[in-house]
Design a protein around this ligand. Structure first.
Ligand code: NAD
Length: 320
């Protein structure tokens, strides 16, 4: 098996490579060639969380698992709180084929999903990007979004305003003017909005959002998190990575629980990629992507990283 350590990932996989890998696996899921296995997530005590996201992609010949979690004491030890590793196996034999550092890959595959939704669902002429959230993931989200539309400025809101200047630096690197605004101002100006917070309650309200907006709601990946008012989902056309996750642990969990939407109102983004759903139907439509994060995304980017590592000679082969 090959070993590709975390420290090599940044020099191997680009936003574009992650975009292609995630788009291919979303399409594979829509065709029924790939499916995710049930997620395991356990509380270890003292705020530590650990879990497994896994799946099989017959088209991409990927079988594997991402094992990872959140360890709040890590920062004091000089290591990141989120820790994950991807293990890949040969789907025909079950033999291990690779062990890959999963920390940076998680951010890249999450940003790729959001960017794919913008590419497929936002209005072509979208000019203003609104960012809700300014934590670790937000910078990756902003960079990936800037690759799929010609934005001319970024407006942003964060519950903790002191975090916004760091995100502002990313916008500046991309040559985009950056302004901190109220939630009302953000909704009134933005053509595309990315939400990427760990909020337990809605920040963005239905009344904030104007016709024609595309939202990529990326922060809600667990029961009990929430970023937008459920009434907004009732007004929007909803897309997701995986419907089963969207209704149980994604942003749609709240609108479903309140009876505002039904499971059949939610479309897998892979269907748009495959051309079996038209996606956005008019310039006035509000489209909302509920990005919950699936194991197959992790396997897809890890497999791409292994291929690149082998071709560049930085993968270590272990006779396992
Ligand atoms: P982070 O801790 O670096 O940043 C947290 C962000 O949430 C900050 O902007 C912070 O100001 C904001 N926040 C915290 N409490 C809040 C509250 N009560 N109300 C509103 N905002 C609040 O986290 P991160 O790594 O950037 O991750 C952000 C979110 O994205 C987390 O919920 C994480 O689990 C989720 N995530 C989702 C996926 C996916 O595939 N969908 C992948 C990775 C992370």
């Amino acid at each position: 098996m090959y070993v590709v350590p975390e420290k090599e990932i940044a020099s191997l996989i680009t936003d574009d490579a992650a975009f292609k890998a995630v788009e291919a696996v979303f399409a594979s899921m829509a065709r029924g060639d790939a499916y995710n296995f049930p997620v395991v997530r356990e509380a270890l005590g003292e705020g530590r969380q650990y879990g497994f996201k896994s799946g099989l992609d017959r088209a991409g010949a990927n079988l594997g698992v991402k094992a990872g979690g959140y360890f709040p004491g890590n920062a004091d030890k000089g290591i990141t709180n989120h820790q994950s590793t991807v293990y890949l196996f040969d789907p025909e034999t079950g033999r291990p084929t690779a062990m890959v550092g999963g920390n940076l890959l998680t951010a890249l595959r999450t940003a790729a999903a959001s960017a794919i939704s913008i590419d497929r669902l936002a209005r072509k002429g979208a000019k203003v990007l609104g960012m809700v959230g300014a934590g670790h993931q937000a910078a990756f989200q902003l960079r990936a979004a800037a690759k799929v539309r010609n934005f001319d400025r970024v407006v942003a809101w964060n519950l903790h305003p002191d975090m916004l200047p760091t995100l502002g630096k990313v916008a500046t690197e991309l040559g985009l003017p950056f302004e901190a605004v109220s939630l009302e101002g953000l909704g009134a100006q933005s053509d595309v909005i990315i939400t990427i917070t760990s909020s337990p309650a809605a920040s963005l309200m239905d009344a904030h959002i104007r016709a024609g907006t595309h939202l990529a709601c990326m922060g809600t990946d667990t029961i009990g998190k929430q970023e937008v008012e459920p009434a907004l989902l009732a007004r929007a056309s909803i897309f997701t990575d995986e419907v089963a996750q969207s209704i149980t642990l994604g942003e749609a969990q709240h609108a479903i629980a309140q009876g505002l939407i039904k499971e059949s109102d939610i479309t897998a983004l892979g269907e748009v990629i495959e051309g079996t759903h038209p996606g956005r139907k008019s310039d006035d439509e509000i489209t909302l992507f509920d990005g919950t994060g699936v194991g197959l995304q992790d396997l897809a980017v890890a497999a791409a990283a292994v291929d690149l590592a082998v071709s560049k000679g930085v993968a270590t082969y272990v006779d396992f």
